[in-house]
Design a protein around this ligand. Structure first.
Ligand code: PHE
Length: 340
């Protein structure tokens, strides 16, 4: 009876050992038969209850099978490890670890996010338009006369087109038209985005730039609204009380038009190297929306009033982060980008 049981343990355990495919599986088989509560261990433990003669024969048999199972396990283990390609599996623990590089945001992105946050907190909506723009939106609807020098080959990248004439937009102002065609006043929008100029590049000029357009239209919007909002914006942006100065200028799409300066964010207006002792820094253009622009967007003339302003993000990024050459921004140079 017991002998048959031992023989059965042998055949079953051998079959199971043969089927194992990992060290863990092999270990489990060992525990099952030879462990503290293992099937063969049980028999060995109970030998003491047998009479002497039986104890001797069964004991000898059980111990022999135990050895055989142990050997089979060891042998199978060796066979499994021989199949492993240790050259391939080996880990060189002396190699340096892999450093996880964190990405960096371009200063233009940082500035754009700052600006969007400040303007949305003042109730402005973010609007968008295409970078390849219709000549009609980039110039005509913005009241540029047909022969305006801005359309000249020197400034504008023209895009070959079989249908309507296309340009790489030279400013973000066409977003004004696109938005007004679809929305009625009162409205407040900001439109950040990429613009392109056919320029020879140097420390201050790039062919690919970023601009920011703001437009506010309603029944009684005035230059005063513009000045206040601009002053609030720059004060928050630079974290420093900032003054706004307007100088008369000309843009076809605004009337009257201004260039606007801000008090120097470095010296606060006293005069320093950054502002070339002027105390003021030129930032962008602004003005009251020309009624012809409202008309081009489908609004009745002389019903609404609004202001528009636009400025370059590169300028602000260069001031905020003290970048001395505009070409760094689009350079893709890691030594530059890793500083942000
Ligand atoms: N679009 C003008 C430029 O690129 C800037 C501007 C925007 C001026 C809005 C007035 C009003 O120079």
């Amino acid at each position: 009876m017991l002998k048959e049981k031992i023989a059965e343990i042998k055949t079953k355990s051998f079959a199971e050992i043969e089927k194992t495919a990992s060290e863990q599986m092999l270990y489990d088989v060992k525990v099952k038969y030879l462990g503290r509560k293992g099937k063969l261990t049980e028999i060995l433990k109970n030998l003491k209850n047998l009479d002497e003669k039986k104890r001797k024969t069964v004991g000898a048999l059980a111990n022999r099978i135990r050895m055989e199972i142990e050997n089979a396990i060891a042998k199978h283990g060796r066979e499994m490890s021989e199949k492993v390609d240790w050259e391939k599996e080996a880990i060189d623990v002396t190699l340096p670890g892999k450093k996880q590089e964190l990405g960096h945001l371009n200063p233009i992105t940082l500035v754009q996010r700052d600006i969007e946050k400040i303007f949305t907190s003042m109730g402005f909506e973010i609007a968008d338009g295409p970078e390849v723009e219709l000549e009609r939106y980039n110039f005509d609807a913005l009241n540029f006369p047909k022969d305006h020098p801005a359309r000249d080959m020197q400034d504008t990248f023209w895009v070959k087109s079989k249908k309507e004439s296309l340009v790489l937009r030279t400013h973000t102002s066409p977003v004004q038209i696109r938005y007004m065609e679809k929305h009625k006043p009162p409205l407040r929008i900001v439109a950040p985005g990429r613009v392109f100029r056919n320029e020879a590049t140097d420390a201050k000029h790039e062919h690919t730039l970023h601009q920011f357009e703001a437009l506010m239209v309603g029944d009684d919007i005035s230059v005063g609204n513009f000045k206040y909002i601009a002053q609030q914006f720059f004060t928050i942006f630079f974290g420093k009380e900032t003054q706004i100065r307007l100088r008369p200028s000309f843009f076809p799409f605004t009337e009257p038009s201004f260039e606007f300066d801000i008090s120097c964010s470095i010296c606060g207006g006293k005069g320093c190297r950054t502002c070339k002792q002027a105390g003021w820094i030129e930032i962008g253009g602004a003005g009251m929306v020309n009624q012809n622009v409202f008309a081009a967007a489908g609004y009745p003339k002389n019903k609404y009033q609004g202001f528009a302003w636009g400025f370059g993000l590169e300028r602000l990024a260069m001031m905020k982060y003290k970048i001395d050459d505009i070409r760094w921004i689009e350079s893709g140079d890691l030594r530059f980008i890793k500083q942000f």
